[in-house]
Ligand binder design. Structure first.
Ligand code: PAF
Length: 280
């Protein structure tokens, strides 16, 4: 049976017990409204740990003023039973007041320069500060041996890895593969905002990522490839934030330079903002 814990003292007591038994702790932080992508992270954490803690906390500090914090889907009952079925041992449910004891305005803020500033960082100013600020708190609360983050939020994973290395968190970060719907759409809590007419069109992003890969492999320059990718999505009715070809660390590759790449896309269909990426 999964145990739901809402007070930090009780969480620490449970963790102390596990540590006394020499058990390794895995952690999967989430904002709830869980789907198969999240549950695959619980399974991944389980492969590297004896016990798994998952948190559900819709973090106000990572949403911009015009973003969807208040309407972000909250499904606590389904999340609890899904986590139990996925093999999670403890569901950690902090409140906004306990997470930010001095209030959000006076919260100590964690900023990771460099990798936070590009792509999502340009489109969503302050977003990664909010993510790093809450993940630092969650790491201090749970003190896991390993923590799993999904590769769908590719840049978030890069920012967290940088933060963990820079601040010497003794935590191994695991990246979980993107889980997709049958038509290729990356699973996301925000997919449910898509209207019935929009949902079938949303898989164009995944197809586009494969086109970007083919264009790169055919020798198309980065600038041309990105321009063509943006035009293609525009034609299909998306409002594009960016299409990007980058090195795995998100720096700009030189044309003709060999090595691994990641193609990343952020685009809006109606009111729904979708992000996806493909490594190759
Ligand atoms: O990826 C998410 O759901 C969130 O950004 C995280 C890591 C749980 C921090 O709030």
């Amino acid at each position: 049976m999964i145990e739901t814990i809402t007070a930090l003292d009780a969480l620490r007591e449970r963790l102390r017990g596990w540590r006394r038994e020499g058990l390794r702790v895995g952690f999967v932080p989430t904002m709830g409204n869980l789907h198969a992508g999240h549950y695959s992270l619980v399974a991944l954490a389980r492969q590297h740990a004896d016990r798994v803690v998952s948190s559900v906390f819709v973090n106000p500090t990572q949403f911009g003023p015009s973003e969807d914090f208040t309407r972000y889907p909250r499904t606590p009952d389904a999340d609890t039973s899904g986590l139990e079925a996925a093999g999670c041992d403890v569901l950690w449910l902090p409140t906004v007041e306990s997470m930010y004891p001095f209030g959000v305005e006076l919260a100590a803020n964690v900023h990771v320069p460099g990798v936070s500033g590009v792509l999502e960082g340009e489109c969503r100013p302050g977003h990664f500060d909010g993510v790093c600020t809450v993940v630092t708190r969650l790491f201090n609360q749970v003190q896991p041996d390993v923590a799993a983050f999904g590769k769908k939020d590719y840049q978030q994973l890069a920012v967290i890895r940088q933060m963990v290395a820079d601040l010497h968190f003794p935590i191994r970060i695991l990246g979980g593969a993107i889980v997709r719907e049958d038509d290729g759409l990356a699973m996301s809590s925000r997919n449910q905002y898509l209207g019935a007419d929009e949902r079938p069109r949303a898989s164009a992003i995944h197809r586009l990522l494969h086109h970007m890969r083919q264009a790169h492999e055919a020798g198309t320059s980065r600038a041309v490839l990105e321009r063509q990718a943006t035009a293609r999505l525009d034609e299909q009715g998306f409002t594009v934030d960016y299409t990007a070809l980058r090195r795995p660390d998100l720096s700009l590759p030189d044309d003709g330079e060999p090595g691994p790449r990641v193609a990343l896309v952020a685009a809006r269909l109606g009111n729904t903002r979708l992000i996806d990426n493909l490594e190759f």
